[in-house]
Every structure is written in C-alpha cells, then in structure tokens.
Design a protein around this ligand. Sequence first.
Ligand SMILES: [Zn+2]
Length: 60
Amino acid sequence: MRASAYGDRMVSCSLCGATADEPPLTWTRSVERGATHYYCDACSRENVRAMESRLDAEWF
Ligand SMILES: [Zn+2]
C-alpha cells in the first residue's frame, strides 16, 4: 500500500498562514499540548526576537 506522496506533509504557518508542501528546514516546529504548530522563517525570526526580549527581561 502506498501512502500518497503529495500533500501529506503540507504545513502552514500558524502565524501568517503561509503554506509549504513539507516543513522547510528554516521553519520552526513547536509542539503545544499535543498539537504541532509551524512558523515560517519570517515568523520564526519574530518569535525568536520576542523570546529573546522575554529572556532579557528575566535576566536583567
Ligand atoms: Zn509566517
């Protein structure tokens, strides 16, 4: 039995809705309470910046 080769791994960015046929390496995968979310490279950058500023706030 063959799994369908196309579309199974389709992902979409949880923030901006961008889609890709499979999760690109530049995307960030996040598992929250059993649900998998993907963030595209642009949104990942925004996320990292937000996380870093949060860390900064805790560290200083
Ligand atoms: Zn995005």
